[in-house]
Design a binder for this molecule. Structure first.
Ligand code: GLN
Length: 308
């Protein structure tokens, strides 16, 4: 089976079966206490084609905490507003370390390795805050517009829970600030970071919202968000950094750019063709959804559709 012969609804059903076969594996994130309430055994997956058809299976409409999937949108919006200036404050190399690691920040003088680990996302949030005056609001507005779903919102309980237990992110932000790499007030930047991580959306919403990455930077309404080369680069960064210290494993198993979050979602891009979002709250040791990985692995393996 290959290319245009793919029956997306059928392959999503098979991918859901592959996800169900991982039942019981992995653990729901509880280091942010409000996230521990997520329905451990839920699973959903959606596919949005580049020209706007939408397919879904399982709990694909059910909303979950997007967490670090938001880092994709902060990055894209900061690039759209400010271009390459961003790269003075954040690198674009894989970290090989967990998403919340402090370890490289000291040797690299407060310049985080990449925009998708927490340290890097805090810098990107800071720049987006400078550019827009409301970083979390800019991400939320973008998701609402691109998904066509104006009811998307931030879960204030998750944002508050993360702030209350946010010692590690606060440590990262203060260390970055000590090197002069935060332009805004530390607490304000962190509040925006927690709020965009606490946005709730479903697989269908995220698949639609990410579609510009399958369309060389062109939004749903035909306007250009990113230059073609910028969209290529964002996809490259997703591939090498989007699933943290498991990015190699993700490339090996799934073979397309993807961005995960500890809410259990993974948004992935099949350039020129479609975006996929899979969700299951149980996580592996690197903080990536076990069920979503299995489903995406099945999808690309069975269809032969990957960037490789
Ligand atoms: N908000 C989470 C945190 O800062 C995001 C982490 C993630 O999704 N990997 O810890």
């Amino acid at each position: 089976r290959h290319n245009d012969a793919v029956d997306y609804q059928q392959i999503l059903a098979e991918a859901a079966a592959a996800a169900r076969a991982t039942a019981g594996q992995g653990r729901v994130a509880d280091y942010i206490p409000a996230l521990a309430k997520a329905p451990a055994d839920a699973f959903g997956m959606a596919l949005a084609t580049a020209d706007g058809e939408l397919y879904g299976v399982g709990d694909w409409e059910r909303r979950f905490s997007i967490q670090s999937v938001s880092k994709l949108f902060t990055l894209v919006l900061a690039i759209a507003h400010g271009g390459d200036e961003l790269w003075r404050g954040v690198g674009r190399e894989p970290s090989g370390n967990p998403f919340n690691s402090l370890i490289q920040l000291e040797t690299e003088h407060g310049i985080p390795r990449n925009p998708f680990i927490n340290a890097g996302a805090i810098v990107v949030t800071d720049r987006l805050l400078q550019q827009t005056g409301d970083a979390a609001g800019a991400v939320l507005d973008f998701l609402r517009t691109e998904s066509g779903n104006p009811s998307l919102d931030i879960d204030p309980e998750v944002a508050a829970s993360e702030a209350e237990h946010g010692h590690r992110n606060a440590a990262l932000a203060h260390f970055i600030a000590s090197h002069g790499n935060l332009l805004g007030d530390v607490d304000t930047v962190l509040a925006h970071y927690y709020r965009h991580c606490a946005i709730e959306a479903g697989c269908g919403d995220l698949a639609l919202a990410g579609r510009f990455l399958a369309r060389h930077g062109v939004r749903a309404d035909g306007s250009r968000l990113l230059q073609r080369s910028q969209a290529k680069r964002v996809n490259a960064i997703m591939l090498i950094c989007g699933t943290y210290d498991a990015a190699g494993e993700f490339a090996y198993r799934v073979g397309i750019p993807g961005k995960s979050g500890v809410g259990g979602g993974i948004l992935a891009v099949l350039p020129e063709r479609a975006t996929l979002c899979a969700w299951g709250p149980r996580l592996d040791a690197a903080g990536n959804s076990v069920a979503a990985m299995a489903a995406l692995d099945h999808f690309t393996t069975a269809t032969g559709l990957s960037i490789f």
